[in-house]
Design a protein around this ligand. Structure first.
Ligand SMILES: Cc1ncc(COP(=O)(O)O)c(C=O)c1O
Length: 389
């Protein structure tokens, strides 16, 4: 279908919740994609941190295709191998002990919130549990996760919100300590606030949260939906901070391009949810898990070290570009604060020149595929430089 025809159809039929760019993408390979009119783009977005191995990685596509032709779905009333194997890989990798699979980041956080509430009720007799969350955070679009999200912009229109969330400023350990009550059941953080502008938390603050949680039998939940699965140069970003969460949520890159989410539980709380207390029709879908197995196979220590090397190269190049005020983030999750330039207009100028990038608040956000090659990296950076000049 021609772009203009597709655009018209989309606008007539799809709910207008996304401000789409004026591009129809029809094909992709690695870090490159093409629009309907044949224009080539370097993609520094990875479908917002999903396509860890870029578009249509051959090993990933083969595994997914093979699983789709063998057993595409059955219910969670039966055992399936890809789901159990993926859980095994995740627990081996993290030392956490149990996994619940769902389909998205919001769903993973939603399940973590339920688990924390039930753990607090059963273990500590807390009937009106509170979860401490950070200002400027983002945890999803469902009612519970939008309530957990510490940004007013997401709190318009949808009241009443879920009770039991307490917001404290990021990097303020004193305020966090003061916010803890006998009803506090969990603290949830992103170690790098992605939608909040790609802002990494301070190491001392994250360690302090872990210490407070351990002291008071409060569950420490780390939302690794955007930071996880190698994006920051560690398998999970919390590894940089020397802490061990009780619950980790993941999604986005875990399936390499198919919908999947996961809640990883540490031993302390891995029995919090029992039979009939949580579920998902599609959670643990064999095709999504077959994709996930390839992702976990490929993202080994050597791969992660390459991610860190690429991140250093890109960050260094960005810092030297015109109109760049500062570069933030961790690994290949990169934010760029501009001086005298509008981030949205810069994104449009880049697209015009054949580079796809994102924004996060008033910053540029770069989430290139983790295995991006040198040539595409340099090409993308040179387009960005020319758009800023
Ligand atoms: C940190 C974080 N948590 C949760 C979510 C929600 O994930 P999903 O869109 O898969 O529901 C996002 C999405 O951007 C995210 O960045």
């Amino acid at each position: 279908m021609k772009h203009e025809e597709l655009k018209k159809l989309d606008q007539e039929t799809i709910l207008g919740t996304y401000a789409r760019s004026d591009v129809s993408i029809v094909w992709g390979s690695g870090a490159v994609c093409r629009s309907e009119d044949g224009k080539r783009y370097i993609d520094f977005t990875s479908g917002i941190g999903v396509n860890a191995l870029g578009y249509c990685d051959p090993q990933w596509a083969e595994a997914v295709g093979r699983q789709a032709a063998t057993l595409q779905h059955t219910s969670n009333l039966y055992y399936t191998e890809p789901c159990a194997l993926l859980a095994k890989r995740l627990t081996e990798r993290t030392g956490l002990s149990k996994v619940f699979f769902c389909n998205s980041g919001a769903e993973a956080n939603e399940g973590a919130i339920k688990a924390a509430r039930k753990y607090a009720l059963e273990k500590r007799g807390i009937e009106r549990p509170e979860i401490i969350t950070l200002e400027n955070s983002f945890h999803g679009r469902t009612m519970a996760t939008v309530s957990a999200t510490g940004q007013n912009a997401f709190h318009k229109f949808f009241a009443p919100f879920l009770e039991g969330f307490v917001y404290v400023p990021a990097d303020d350990a004193e305020k966090l300590r003061a916010a803890v009550t006998e009803n506090t059941c969990a603290v949830i953080i992103e170690t790098v606030q992605g939608e909040g502008g790609v802002v990494a938390l301070g190491e001392a603050f994250v360690r302090e949260i872990a210490a407070i949680c351990a002291e008071r039998d409060i569950l420490f939940i780390v939302d690794e939906v955007q930071t996880g699965i190698g994006r920051t140069g560690k398998f999970f970003a919390y590894e940089y901070f020397g802490v061990k969460p009780d619950i980790v949520t993941a999604a986005k890159a875990l399936g390499g391009g198919l919908p999947i989410g996961a809640i990883l539980f540490g031993e302390k709380c891995d029995a919090a949810l029992g039979p009939g207390e949580h579920g998902s029709t599609f959670g643990g879908n064999p095709v999504a898990c077959a994709g996930g197995l390839v992702i976990l196979d490929r993202i080994d220590e050597a791969f992660l070290s390459e991610v860190r090397r690429k991140a250093a190269r890109i960050t260094d190049a960005l810092a030297r570009m015109p109109a760049v005020n500062s570069v933030s983030g961790l690994g290949l999750m990169i934010g760029v604060a501009l001086e005298g330039r509008d981030a949205k207009k810069t994104v449009a100028a880049c697209a015009e020149r054949g580079l796809l990038i994102l924004t996060a608040k008033d910053r540029l956000r770069l989430l290139p595929p983790l295995n991006i090659g040198e040539e595409e990296t340099e090409e993308g950076l040179s387009i960005l430089r020319s758009a800023l000049e």
